[in-house]
Each structure stands twice: as C-alpha cells, then as structure tokens.
Write a protein that binds this ligand. Sequence first.
Ligand SMILES: Cc1ncc(C[n+]2csc(CCOP(=O)(O)OP(=O)(O)O)c2C)c(N)n1
Length: 322
Amino acid sequence: MGISKEEILSLLRGMLRIRCLEETLAERYQEQEMQTPTHFSIGQEATAVGVCSALEQQDVIYSGHRCHAHYLAKGGPLLGLVGELYGREVGCARGRGGSVHLTDAGSGVIASSAILGQTIAVAVGSAWAFSLDHSRRVAVAFFGDGAVEEGIFHESLNFAALHKVPVLFVCENNLYSTHSSLAVRQPAGIQIYERARAYSLPSRQVDGNDVAAVFQATREAVEWCRSGRGPYFLEGLTYRWREHVGPLWDYDAGYRTKAEVEEWMARCPIKRLSEQLLRDGLCSEGELRRWREEIQQEIAHAIVVAKSSPFPSVQCLLEGTY
Ligand SMILES: Cc1ncc(C[n+]2csc(CCOP(=O)(O)OP(=O)(O)O)c2C)c(N)n1
C-alpha cells in the first residue's frame, strides 16, 4: 500500500506541530511556572505520528512518562496538554496530573502513567474487552526499551498472545533508560523485537525516525490485529535529544557523548522528510514556513489561555480520589 500526498504531508505537519510545541515548552519551562517533571520527546516524533496516523479514531492508546507526542498524535487537544503542564483547571486532567498523566478519552488517549510498564497491561485489558465485544477496535501500548525489563511486559505479551487480543505493542527504543545504555542493561546480541517472538508474536523492527516506514508498518500491524489474528509487536529505533527529564541538553551528564547526540540529530525525522518532500516537489519552502507560523500561533494562543485559567480550587482537591 502506497502513501498518498495528503498522507505524507499530514505526517510531516503532525511531527512539526509536536516539535514546535515541545521546543516552545522547553523554553518556557525555564520560567519555572510549570511545576511538573516533564519528559520531552524531541527527536522521537516519527514513531508517535507514524503509529497514531495509521489508527482510527475509535482505537485507543496508552502511554508512559514520555507521552506528549503520543497524546497530540492521537488527537489530544493542544490546550489540554499546555493547561496540564501549567497545572490549570483547563488541563486535560484538570491540572491534577501534570505532564506524565495526559489523557483524552474523546480522542482515544486513555491513560499515561509514569510507573514503568504499568499501562502495557491495561492496554491488553482494553484490547481483550474489544475482542470479547467482537468490536474492530485496536489498543496500542507505547513504552520505551527500559520498560521491556519490567516483569509486567512479559506477562502482558504472554497473556495477549494466549488470548489473541487485538493489541499493538510499540517499543520506542531510544537506547537509554535514564542514564543507562542498553549495553549495561541487557546481554549483548539481544534484539528487543526478537523477544516478542519468544511469545509467538509477529514482530518487526523499523527505523523509528522514518515516519513513512513507521506508518506503513503500523498499517500492516493494525490490519493483523483487526482481523482477529491477535497481538503484534513493533520496535522503532529512535533517539531522545534532550535530558531524560527536563528541558536541557545533557552533554555534561557523562553517559553519552555529544558526538552521538549530534549523529542522531543529523537523522532528524522532520529534517529528513521535509528535505525529501522539497526535493520531490511535494511541498514548498513557503508552505513549510506557513505551517510553522500557523502552529506557532496555535501554541501562543494556548499558552495565553492556559495561563489566564484558574488553578483547581482547594475545595475540589479530593475530587477524583477514590
Ligand atoms: C516501576 C518503575 N521503576 C522505575 C522507574 C524510574 N524510571 C522512570 S523513567 C525510567 C527509564 C525509562 O526508560 P525507557 O522505558 O527506555 O523510556 P525513556 O525514558 O527512554 O523514554 C525509569 C527507570 C519508574 N518510574 N517506575
């Protein structure tokens, strides 16, 4: 199945919107008005956009602590994210969740959680319910390479394979779990996508910085899940540019070299695709500039609205607590 011009332009625009928002938030974060730990996905936009663009509105996704890109790519309102980071009532979790609990049931972003691996099992539960209801819906679990080392990852894959539930597991392998590289955490020669095969799941590794490749692989994977054949596993190879948590660059942290970061920055998914589309005459410099301007206006407006919205009141502090 090929990709239409509209689809490829929409993939690029989706990534650009996430990048512009996160870069703006990273800058504003330093004003210390956002009182929430924040994990930026700058550099990793292609996996989120490629996967979510291959889903239908009724499909659901689950994410972890690095959830901004997933939330936006699935259609979560931008103001809901910005408001949440500023801790306001207008946020998607009414200012109570912060950056690691983004949710928007209307667009199928069911839950994000900073407890590593936790939402993988919940995604399997959703997908199991879909299959018991004979529905066509698919659930997606996004997680990083670090989450693969949690027991719940293995239990979830086993259960999903056994019951043939329509869940797509998406591992964004950015090579690090906080400051530990894969090399010091997993025996040499292990490929994450091959682990899924041990549970008899069909499984593929894709270039997670190539949005078109991710989109096409996801379309095939989702078709597999929808047709009742059970779960599917995708591993996208990608890279986080900024520090693990927070808006800064961390060249001085000592766990990776500046040369390595720069090497991955040269493989920027947005730069790659925009250069290709310009070369192929599918978009112009003017169009890209216009998109950026439109997106920046949307972001600036959301920040003004968020900052002029009230904080949750003390009286309602216990609402939503069970
Ligand atoms: C159960 C649990 N153990 C440990 C942590 C601490 N922790 C937070 S993020 C993280 C690393 C996650 O790495 P990965 O899954 O690869 O995602 P990435 O941050 O690279 O996107 C760890 C160990 C946690 N939040 N939950």
